[in-house]
Design a protein around this ligand. Structure first.
Ligand code: Z5A
Length: 216
């Protein structure tokens, strides 16, 4: 990922394999920031705007009649991201708000790059083209995929990507961990197998640091 653009807001992303606790973490962050009277928006990928949410439907709805080619999957992720960045993320950051996004471009490297085996330099080229605003911090909730998949399964029918096999999610996890190791200043890796109270305590540490930096 590239250096951050200049803007008064803070861009924070949450990543990890499915069911690892991202939505739960986002709810905790919302509450924590609201209690501190910090303006923020919460958003997600793929999605976050009307058109991007329509693209999300194509991406996540199982279609037994036609296989979605990995290349099409990647391009649709970036099409949704282009809408999201221009119409939601950048305006909020320019207005001085925090933007909390449940997934962002790291997911394309992990899922389409490591999971599907697409060329990482092509993903980097798409990112360079589409993304002009990069996260200041990224929380990676890390756990063996078997744990996340078990947690998520209790929730109901699986979407198209959730139907992948365990080895796909193992590669995705590895992709995330590699990205975190290569960008340790931005990534904040949390062991998501811990009880929620401990996961939240670690998130709180990061939020306090970001809040402090903002006031300095
Ligand atoms: N995708 C992609 O391929 N490429 C891209 O570029 C992008 C995305 C941006 C979007 O799904 C899919 O798109 C995703 C990646 C792909 N596909 N998959 N798989 P999503 O992000 O909307 O949904 P998800 O990844 O499937 O997330 P999720 O299923 O909603 O899970 P979650 O938000 O991480 O988990 P949760 O709902 O917070 O927690 C699950 C349960 O575990 C819940 O009952 C919690 O109470 C419980 N939980 C959470 N933490 C704990 C702890 N610490 N202990 C015990 N129980 C816990």
């Amino acid at each position: 990922m590239q250096p951050q653009a200049q803007h008064p807001g803070i861009f924070l992303t949450i990543e990890g394999v499915e069911g690892v606790g991202k939505s739960t973490a986002v709810k905790f962050i919302q509450k924590y920031l609201a209690e501190r009277a910090q303006d923020f928006i919460v958003t997600r990928e793929p999605g976050g705007t009307g058109i991007a949410e329509q693209i999300r439907q194509i991406l996540l709805t199982p279609n037994p009649e036609e296989v979605l080619a990995p290349e099409a999957e990647l391009l649709l992720m970036f099409a949704a991201r282009a809408q999201h960045v221009v119409n939601k993320i950048e305006p909020a950051l320019q207005a001085g708000m925090w933007v909390i996004s449940d997934r962002f471009a790291d997911a394309s490297y992990a899922y389409q790059g490591m999971g599907r085996g697409l060329n990482l330099s092509q993903i980097a080229a798409l990112e360079k083209w589409v993304v002009k605003t990069y996260p200041k911090a990224t929380i990676l909730l890390d756990a063996p995929p078997s744990i996340g998949l078990t947690r998520a399964k209790n929730r109901g029918p699986q979407d198209r990507i959730e139907q992948e096999k365990l080895d796909f999610f193992e590669r995705v996890r590895e992709g995330y961990l590699q990205r975190a190791a290569n960008d340790s200043k931005r990534f904040f890796v949390i062991d998501a197998t811990q009880p929620l109270v401990e996961v939240h305590a670690e998130i709180k540490t990061l939020l306090d640091k970001l809040l402090l930096e903002k006031t300095c």
